[in-house]
Design a protein around this ligand. Structure first.
Ligand SMILES: Nc1nc2c(ncn2[C@@H]2O[C@H](COP(=O)(O)OP(=O)(O)OP(=O)(O)O)[C@@H](O)[C@H]2O)c(=O)[nH]1
Length: 298
């Protein structure tokens, strides 16, 4: 039971996933803990720490795009489908990784992989079930500079929730690159983002309108003939309230603050990941064990 532990680092492109993975590895090394670093971004290069396992040794995005004439997104999906068809590449080496290691999986930034097509959820299932049975925590990064645009921030929060729902894993949300907003936002104000205060959406400082086309006579050759900004004021406020309510109802989305220059923030996040894994393990129903013979139903 639970003899392998890992974290899967996710989030939009450029959120700081690889940088976070490197700082986690530095922290683990400094505290004499072992880790097994897996890169699953088939386009990634320039690592501070060379991955122990790299998807690029199986398939690279560059080759796929060149040989199959696919664009970057289609190419990435192809790479992951190929990985799923050749799962041994990933799972065989992990059979030898023991409980002293924290397995760190660095993912690509295209969030469609987690939210639109069930590729990553399927991959996660293969790692967390079956013989590997890795106890895993998802770490979802959102860039703190999103705070400057509330609509963007809440849209990012919804993506984090979406990944949370798709993965069904213990989940830690992280506001990355805190050094970039330090000094620009007061403590009190920042708290409203760290524990998202949905009233921010209703303060009227965010975008208050969205452009929706209204067609005059049916589709009218597909051309918008009477473009009107119909989603203003009340209707947008209503939408914001509904989104806010959704986030509030789940009350699961809160963020840990990450500044990779600050060892303490990296250490604190690692503790959350460790705790989330342990808590989840304690909650998980035990796998049936042949030796126990507790199937006494008569
Ligand atoms: N100021 C600052 N910059 C950061 C931080 N973390 C990452 N960056 C920068 O942000 C950029 C993207 O960082 P990555 O770690 O490559 O981000 P990623 O999420 O792995 O990117 P993709 O793999 O392309 O999705 C790089 O230029 C980093 O140097 C941080 O904590 N503070």
């Amino acid at each position: 039971m639970g003899s392998r532990y890992g974290t899967i680092i996710m989030g939009p492109a450029g959120a700081g996933k690889t940088t976070f993975a490197s700082s986690l590895i530095s922290h683990l090394r400094a505290s004499k803990r072992s880790c097994y670093y897996i890169n699953l971004d088939p386009a990634a290069s320039d690592f501070v720490y060379e991955p122990d396992l790299d998807i690029k040794d199986l398939i690279t995005l560059e080759d796929v795009m060149e040989e199959l004439h696919l664009g970057p997104n289609g190419g990435l999906i192809y790479c992951f489908e190929f990985l799923l068809d050749n799962l041994d590449f990933l799972t065989d080496p992990l059979e030898n990784v023991t409980e002293e290691y924290l397995i760190i999986i660095d993912m690509p930034g295209q969030i469609e992989l987690y939210t639109h097509v069930p590729i990553v959820p399927n991959l996660v299932r293969a790692l967390t079930k079956g013989s590997l049975n890795i106890s895993m925590c998802a770490a979802y990064l959102l860039e703190s500079t999103f705070i400057v645009d509330r609509a963007k921030f809440f849209s990012g929060t919804l993506s984090a929730m979406s990944a949370m729902l798709m993965m069904e894993l213990p989940h830690v949300n992280i506001l990355s690159k805190m050094d970039l907003v330090k000094g620009q936002i007061g403590r009190k104000e920042l708290k409203r983002y760290v524990d998202p205060d949905v009233s921010l959406l209703q303060d009227g400082h965010g975008r208050d309108s969205g452009l929706v086309y209204e067609y005059k006579d049916g589709l009218d050759n597909g051309e918008p003939t009477n473009a009107k900004n119909i989603m203003t004021g009340d209707s947008f406020a209503k939408l914001n309230r509904a989104v806010g309510q959704l986030i509030d109802d789940f009350s699961l989305v809160s963020f840990l603050k990450l500044d990779v220059q600050d060892e303490d923030s990296v250490g604190a996040i690692l503790s959350y990941i460790d705790d989330a894994i342990q808590y989840h393990e304690a909650q998980e129903p035990k796998e049936p064990n042949d030796d126990l013979g507790d199937g006494d139903d008569g």
